[in-house]
Design a protein around this ligand. Structure first.
Ligand SMILES: [Zn+2]
Length: 468
């Protein structure tokens, strides 16, 4: 019985972290536009071997724009610039002068389409600003918006790499042994000079920069067995990448209970005894959870949030295991079993919602069942003995989140797998704050929530430590 559970846990932990970077299909191709007034992306259409974008759609977020179709002619007004285009022709007249496209202008459903290869040539006539279109990556920078990247390596044990930016950034960050990847969808970061930068360090070895399909990516590489963690500075202009001791990462097969006195830079452990927290990013794999917005799935938000929470807890002296490190699925039973087998001190399930404003903290609402007999806990009421402490933990999280100005409510729900977990267990559902849905992908917003949860666990650390 015990070994069956262990095998389940190993199966979960061995589900390797893989980067999801499938090449986009033709319909998914898009162009990202970065300007001082707006950041947006638009679909790219493939016609006769050339890539096109709708010109009205491209200019609309940047100024006052209108168009009229007149047979095969299409007229456009942008602020005080007028232009005339003819369907099937490469020559157009823009601001009183001729312009030759690299491929014919097209009209489809009264929409004027221009070839991407000509954007650098004609857009300055409309915008009166410098335009930097990076065609292979389909990233269009209008005006002086580029964000520069620089690096600063502090060679110590463990080494730390500061990645500095000339303006605040908000990438999505994923990690697997030996690699940490930042994907910039909304930030006009530009290449740090060369595609690959080597560091004179045995652990953190180099960084590489790529641009593709409207996104920029920065990958920090380390020795294969090393897990890299990232944390943001409060102004989001700097991301500190540090090497975590491999022994604390769940991708290492071994006893889940952390061994005493293991190599770790974590401080603040109480009496040398580190409490193990199981952090469970809800959903994953085939099960996306709620759709939080266009292209934003709950499973991705919960994973990013879980990584931040892990970091906050580790810096406060907790040992932390995530139930998943990547976009992989596991059942509710597997998640509960992972916590139970590990004899964790606390189990925290993370959800996210698009509605509600703030956060909700749940404890189990147990079904009415008969008394437990001896040491065997009926699966559906496994939580019963720990429930009083779970409620104390939930109250502490509410208090700490309120201190950090979150709107937050506590409630009970028959929310699996909380019912099946033997140790104190809570679920936290993060909902957007005053900035709306953008909060859910904001590292700053998530970081404040993660710090509040971690502070709350510190405040009840003695209650958790006394668990059997
Ligand atoms: Zn959920």
């Amino acid at each position: 019985m015990r070994s069956t559970l262990n095998q389940k846990v190993l199966a979960i932990l061995l589900a390797s972290a893989t980067f999801l970077s499938a090449a986009p299909s033709a319909e998914d191709q898009r162009i990202s536009v970065y300007s001082p007034v707006a950041v947006y992306d638009l679909p790219v259409l493939e016609r006769s071997g050339h890539q096109y974008v709708g010109l009205l759609e491209l200019l609309e977020p940047l100024g006052r724009v209108s168009s009229q179709t007149d047979g095969r002619l299409w007229r456009l007004h942008y602020n005080n610039v007028s232009a005339e285009f003819a369907a099937g022709k490469t020559r157009a007249r823009i601001a009183g002068r001729d312009f030759d496209f690299v491929a014919p202008f097209l009209i489809e459903n009264s929409r004027g389409l221009v070839p991407l290869g000509s954007l650098n040539g004609f857009l300055p006539r409309f915008l009166g600003a410098t335009v930097n279109f990076r065609e292979s990556a389909r990233r269009l920078l209008v005006g002086d918006v580029a964000i520069q990247i620089s690096f600063q390596l502090a060679a110590g044990n463990p080494p730390r790499l500061a990645v500095n930016f000339s303006a605040p950034v908000n990438p999505t960050i994923s990690t697997e042994p030996g690699k940490l990847r930042m994907v910039f969808k909304r930030d006009p970061v530009v290449s740090p000079g060369s595609q690959s930068i080597s560091f004179d360090n045995r652990i953190i070895t180099h960084a590489s920069y790529f641009e593709n399909n409207g996104d920029a990516e920065l990958e920090v590489a380390a020795n294969q067995s090393v897990m890299l963690m990232a944390s943001f500075s409060s102004d989001r202009r700097s991301i500190m990448v540090s090497a975590a001791s491999a022994a604390t990462t769940p991708t290492t097969v071994g006893p889940l209970r952390p061994t005493q006195g293991q190599a770790s830079s974590a401080s603040g452990s109480a009496n040398g005894h580190r409490i193990l927290a199981i952090v469970d990013p809800a959903h994953g794999g085939d099960e996306p959870g709620g759709a939080l917005g266009d292209k934003l799935a709950e499973k991705d938000v919960t994973l990013g949030f879980a990584r931040l929470l892990r970091h906050e807890l580790e810096t406060r002296g907790f040992a932390v295991t995530l139930t998943r490190e990547a976009d992989t699925g596991s059942t509710l039973d597997q998640r509960a079993a992972a916590a139970n087998v590990a004899h964790a001190g606390i189990y925290i399930s993370l959800h996210a919602a698009s509605q509600g404003g703030g956060a909700r903290v749940y404890t189990a609402l147990l079904p009415v069942e008969g008394p437990t007999n001896g040491v065997f806990h009926p699966w559906n009421t496994a939580q019963a003995p720990a429930l009083p402490v779970s409620r104390i933990v939930a109250a502490a999280i509410v208090a700490e989140m309120q201190k950090k100005e979150f709107t937050v409510h506590a409630s009970s729900a028959s929310l699996r797998p909380l019912n099946n977990v033997l140790m104190p267990a809570v679920a936290v559902e993060l909902a957007p704050g005053p900035d709306g849905i953008a909060d859910l992908t904001s590292a700053n917003y998530q970081q404040r929530a993660a710090a509040a949860i971690a502070d709350a666990l510190v405040s009840v650390r003695d209650r958790l430590a006394s668990q059997p």
